[in-house]
Design a protein around this ligand. Sequence first.
Ligand SMILES: NCc1[nH]cc(CCC(=O)O)c1CC(=O)O
Length: 301
Amino acid sequence: MILLTRGSPLARIQTRGWMDALESLGAETTLQAVSTHGDRDRTTPLPCFGGFGAFVKALEEKLLAGEGDGAVHSLKDVPVAQPEGLVLAGVLPRGPVGDLLVTREGLSLETLPPGARVGSSSLRRTAQGLRVRKDLRFLCCRGNVQTRLRKLEAGELDALILAEAGVRRLGLDLPGAVRLPFLSTPGQGAVALEARAGSVLESLARQTNHLPTWLEVCGERQVLGAFGKGCSAPVAVQGRYEGGVLTLEAEVLALDGSQSVGASLGGPAGTEEEARALGQTLWDSLAEAPLVRRLLEEVTA
Ligand SMILES: NCc1[nH]cc(CCC(=O)O)c1CC(=O)O
């Protein structure tokens, strides 16, 4: 079976994770790298080209055309709804969920120099960073993890925010990295396999689906879906499944970090439907907040 993936080193490593899981079920797999719009256009800030899904769409088109059996994605890059005929069939056990602040000197958000240039093209990370330090200058930083790290090394940036999951999977040793206390984005740290609905690969992937991770990400993605704006708004949601209980924590921020509203909720969940219902209840408790209503209007405009 052919697994489609982006060509970056991280995407390839993540795809190998799925190949191992499927091979342990007796399937033979090969990796096929596809260059996506999101990889080729390195300058446009992500939110500007319908960014959500920019990395995913090219793979989905090939999958729908029968040019591969499955596609492996970082789940946080995958829109909440899949195109007709495709399904998310499973996730691997989740990696670390949070973000790292990387500097050459091992600084924290508090000890960065005034006006420091921080590389991140995420609205969420920008708003969360500005909340703590409104003097920081967030610069759009695209390209794969190694490309971004080179910009830091070259002194084009004073700091960089990266997902810990990606850094760990790449096996990078970054002595100047510290964990950020940010709630992360839905799906961060999870690697999903998308397949054609009803295919053999779908049923194989469902057999190896990691249920605790799946419940967490279903709850998280329900909140994002209810918000309805994809990554074009600063929304953080982080789930944790433990002892049969799913706890979801969410936060919506003003773009400049000057305001935020948060809510959390925990309850028993053993199925995807229960996880989604918790996510929906959490969203309902946030939806009436004035900040959320204003953001919903602004982002549509
Ligand atoms: N948007 C890019 C992207 N998509 C997934 C990861 C890292 C792996 C993950 O979060 O699962 C990254 C890089 C980053 O945010 O640093």
